[in-house]
Write a protein of this length. Structure first.
Length: 375
């Protein structure tokens, strides 16, 4: 069995990855070697086989033993370790959830139900860097990738509604803490059915505006009962880094645009943080290259992979199936609100949603491991 290093397995993405690897029997196919950045020498988890002690995640010689390394430790770790490992002569496969290496020329952004030909081509040419994509982009392409693969998309505009989980575990805790503080502020009035809703609203707004620095340390401003129309760094040109990823990563995943010798499909929009816990949602607008009947579009999307689900464009189906509450913790990628728009028959609307920690993070990593094991 191939010795496979696992780094960052206790964090949020790493924990989901371990759950999926256990559920799918991936650990039965490898000799796992568990690394730690803080507890080297401690006992490895029960999934370990022969390697029963945690290894130092910064020990280059220990990492060099592995044929495959899977990291969910984050970008700082990748920046610290990856270059040193390659410089030490390591020729193994690096699978990583962090964004650090995504846009490197020798890296492939992995999403095999969408871009298996790109992955296979890279494997055939000696590729060794397999990087998980942006969670929002990956979830979007799992839903509507069929339209891109069919060459139907002239351009796409997206407005994202991104959950607290995109920031990390502490961001999720902060959101819930803020909701708790708001509820506590008006609990007495809520318990009185005769209380005035405008007074409740005034107290909630006042409490939001008076959140302490400690209560907003992660998001910087209130998210509970509000939203934040900006995600990630400011690139200085009116665009956030998250919005830039929408175009750059979509095209790289599909194997087109810069570096591939083919035109990129323009993708642009706004990324918005909302008070959902885990799932990222997106409202999409396409300009298609030609008028395609809606029924054909729905059939094309539905047939693309085993996880996409076309939701009928009715109120009942939409509010039942197309929400974070319905999708959290599932592998399903629902796509709904499909209709032609008033601008003309080539304009198409859609709304899609996916669990940010599954298809948006952990699942492409474990599936890439399987591809390497079967290659």
């Amino acid at each position: 069995m191939r010795l496979t290093g696992l780094v960052g397995w206790r964090g949020m993405v790493g924990s989901v990855l371990m759950e999926r690897m256990q559920a799918q029997g991936d650990l039965d196919l490898i000799e796992p070697l568990f690394f730690s950045t803080s507890n080297a020498g401690g006992p490895a988890p029960s999934m370990a086989k022969n390697e029963t002690r945690l290894r130092d995640a910064f020990d280059i010689e220990a990492l060099k033993r592995c044929e495959i390394v899977i990291s969910a430790q984050g970008g700082d770790y990748t920046s610290e370790v990856y270059g040193k490992l390659r410089a030490a002569g390591w020729r193994g496969h690096w699978i990583d959830a962090a964004s650090t290496l995504r846009m490197k020329e020798d890296a492939v952004i992995i999403l095999d139900p969408v871009n298996m030909p790109v992955i296979k081509n890279a494997l055939a040419h000696g590729g060794r860097n397999w990087i998980g994509g942006n969670c929002t982009v990956s979830s979007m392409l799992m839903g509507v990738g069929a339209l891109f693969k069919a060459g139907l998309v002239e351009w796409m505009s997206t407005q994202t509604y991104q959950a607290a989980s995109g920031g990390g575990a502490q961001h999720m805790r902060e959101l819930l803490t803020q909701f708790g503080a708001l509820h506590a502020e008006v609990k007495t009035l809520l318990d009185d059915p005769k209380s005035a809703i405008l007074e409740i609203d005034r107290l909630v707004a006042s409490r939001q505006r008076s959140f302490s620095e400690a209560e907003t340390v992660n998001f910087g401003v209130p998210l509970g009962g509000s939203l934040i129309p900006w995600c990630d760094r400011d690139l200085g040109n009116g665009m956030s880094r998250e919005e830039w990823k929408g175009s750059a990563e979509t095209n790289k995943i599909l194997g087109q645009g810069e570096g591939f010798g083919t035109p990129a499909v323009p993708v642009d929009g706004l990324c918005i943080r909302v008070g959902a816990m885990r799932c990222h949602s997106q409202a999409l607008m396409f300009k298609l290259k030609k008028d395609v009947p809606l029924a054909e579009i729905e059939a094309l999307i539905a047939a693309d992979n085993a996880w996409v689900k076309v939701v009928p464009n009715t109120r009942e189906a939409t509010i039942r199936d197309l929400t974070p509450a319905a999708v959290t913790g599932t592998m399903t990628i629902p796509v709904g609100r499909l209709r032609k728009m008033a601008m003309g028959p080539q304009y198409l609307s859609a709304f899609t949603i996916g669990d940010q920690l599954l298809w948006g993070a952990a699942e492409p990593l474990r599936r890439m491991l399987r591809i390497l094991l079967e290659a």
